[in-house]
Design a binder for this molecule. Structure first.
Ligand code: SF4
Length: 329
């Protein structure tokens, strides 16, 4: 059985603004095992990206991790210094984002940008690092790697830039790759190629992946395990097949209904009626109650706990609590 690599324990990341305290991440706990791909899904604003930023300690003011622990490979990251965290990022934790262009330095060649982490973290000489960078450009499937290494970001396509980002993120052989909407900005054909590449590299390198996406197709293809977030909280988690076969939470059921089915023409995508609640005005109720067709009296006054239903399937919904909903039937 694989060991736990990452563990979020009751993490609270809040943004103290003039309009109130936005509870972007509100008591989040879940794990990622070594070598496992965990898909973190939910609508935009549900807290999935802030959860990843909390792990990397890249939450910016007025955001702050107010409480909880984030364990990575036996260390509580919230106890590390800035310098120790910087060492960890780019070495043991790699990251790729939706917009590669905004993460790359426009005045350095892409080769130089792969060389940087190789020199900093693996202490290679400039010559060794350059050779390794060219090797990585080839590994991520870009032809003529020697020539491409000398190119600047603006000279490359979005798909190529995302491949370069993957090379930068993985060249130091991290234990964890955080991929935040890695294919959202790419067109469909390139998306599929980038996902294939990630799968292939994961097979070779064995790193775990925290995959943040709103695209259920990407999750179905890539993830072993899925964490569903809503209004800053985890409301369901399960192995991917189980979640797709038997989603339990009414929100997850709604999300899965939203997914277009290949080959089936739908007049309009189903979208869950209503709005995500204001994260600065969350009360004691189930945060989904205003959008939920199964809402009961208790849902309006008390939050359901996240409970294990079966071995690995967890859900936060009163329907699955003894004495309510399904259990009453
Ligand atoms: Fe719906 Fe109640 Fe379950 Fe919330 S706890 S999802 S309102 S049934």
């Amino acid at each position: 059985m694989s060991n736990t690599l990452v563990e979020f324990k009751h993490v609270h990341t809040h943004f103290d603004t003039d309009e109130g305290i936005f509870k972007a991440v509100n008591d989040v706990s879940f794990r990622i095992k070594e070598g496992e791909t965990v898909g973190v899904i939910g609508e935009s604003g549900c807290g999935k990206s802030v959860t990843a930023l909390s792990l990397m300690q890249l939450v910016t003011a007025p955001g702050k991790i107010n409480d909880g622990e984030i364990w990575f490979d036996g260390r509580n990251l919230l106890g590390l210094t800035r310098d120790q965290m910087r060492q960890l990022r780019g070495h043991e934790i790699g990251m790729i984002f939706q917009e590669p262009m905004s993460s790359l330095n426009p005045v350095l060649t892409v080769g130089e940008q792969i060389v940087e982490p190789l020199q900093e973290h693996l202490l290679l000489t400039k010559k060794e690092a350059w050779a390794k960078a060219v090797e990585w450009i080839k590994k991520v499937g870009i032809p003529r790697p020697e020539k491409i290494a000398k190119s600047y970001p603006h000279e490359l396509s979005g798909g190529m830039l995302q491949r370069i980002m993957i090379a930068i993120a993985l060249c130091c052989n991290p234990k964890l790759l955080i991929a935040d909407e890695p294919t959202t900005a790419l067109d469909v054909t390139i998306q599929a190629q980038v996902l294939d590449l990630l799968r292939q590299l994961k097979g070779e390198l064995g790193m775990a992946i925290m995959l943040i996406t709103h695209d259920l197709g990407v999750v179905a293809e890539m993830a072993d395990y899925v964490v569903v977030m809503y209004a800053g909280q985890v409301i369901e988690e399960a192995p991917v097949l189980e979640l797709f076969r038997e989603p339990k939470h009414p929100y997850t059921q709604g999300l899965l209904r939203s997914k277009p089915v290949m080959g089936q023409r739908q007049k309009r995508l189903y979208s869950i009626p209503g709005q995500v609640p204001n994260l600065a005005q969350l009360g004691e109720s189930c945060h989904f109650h205003e959008r939920c067709a199964s809402c009961m009296e208790i849902c309006r006054t008390k939050q359901p706990p996240l409970r294990t239903d079966g071995d690995t399937h967890k859900v936060a919904c009163w329907l699955y609590e003894e004495g309510f909903g399904h259990e009453q039937a």
